[in-house]
Design a protein around this ligand. Sequence first.
Ligand code: URA
Length: 435
Amino acid sequence: MRMIDIIIKKRDHHELTTDEIKYFVNGYTDGSIPDYQMSALTMAILLNGMNDRETFDMAQAMLKSGDELDLSDIKGIKVDKHSTGGVGDKISIPLAPLVASCGAKNPMISGRGLGHTGGTLDKLESIPGFSVDETEEQFKDQVKEVGTAIVSASTNVAPADKKIYALRDTTGTVEAIPLIASSIMSKKLASGTDALVFDVKCGNGAFMKDKAHAEKLAKTLLAIGKQHGTKCVAVLTNMNQPLGNTVGNSLEIKESIDILKGEGPKDTTELTLNLGSHMLVLAEIAKDLDEARAMLEAHIKDGSALAKLREMIKAQGGNEKVVDDPSLLPLAKHQYDVKAPADGYVTEINTNEIGMVSVYLGGGRLKKSDKVDPGVGLIIHKHLGDQVKAGESLVTVYSNQDYDEEIAQDVLNSYQISGQPAPKEDLIYEVLQQD
Ligand code: URA
């Protein structure tokens, strides 16, 4: 087999065989296929697509490129959630302890920030002492004892994905459904979970900008899960504005704590309850979504979800006192407001740009080697549809530099303020089940 023939075949719109897919995944992972040939192929896949069979084969080949966790000695149905990536998306942090407090076993392998989107691991690391690196044994023991653990994938979980993703990030080939679906599924299936809830983000802050593409991605994820024997549900959700009131690592931890205290913003609380309900149903802890929601709400009200968060933080070496005293979280030295230039209504927010501002402040990485600053970020005061008065704060910037005109201008340019309100947008568009 030769890589050049595979590239030409995909360039000319033909279907690749299972063996050809295994050949390029394995060859790229072991270094025998060079970056330039793999970039040509990923671009051909982005332009010409892959059918469901090819996408499944690619996910399988990437999954088999490394270790698969065996969680069979943990009793019960293991259930996890995965978001395709957004801005201000801190949902995993309140969700994991919340479902665990209801008895679910939630082994969560999470990621770091990608492009303009934040990463759960970077957020958790803003808790003093918190470690996302656990051995397989520690991970399993924590899921057995605490009910949840949020960790980083060990270097040998889906190594093919690590290499292919890094290449896509720098070759303009991120936004391809077969590549996103195989990337996500290779990691998630390697984590040994029995069931998965996908939060497929859709809008100007997501990789999928419109509903048709988000739906196609959701269906592809569900089909791969089905073929692998993993029960999955996909929820299509709005990413046309930052989720909740905060963007940035420590700030998002504080909001996550508020959600579990019952004092969180409406949208992040609703999404946590919605996704959590699907998880409890898949885990057969609740018979239907209504029963699941009632359980989740009760565990927020009686403090057991918050207690589970303390337990999870402690188990991972973090200072659990942050739950009761969020001032223990690192916070940037300087704060300034970006104010509305005129009266009107917020009709559009360039969510991608808001995510990038947080990255520019140091909350994410522009280069792989960059160190993340846990204390920087944004508090979003005005959301889509809100009425604003000239001079009112749209956003408070938390920065470790003095006032920066460029940052303030970027934030301001992200907001469209018009005389007429735009129609309210739904937070949750639709739920897709496996056939
Ligand atoms: N998340 C992933 O894990 N992979 C992608 O390709 C995109 C989002």
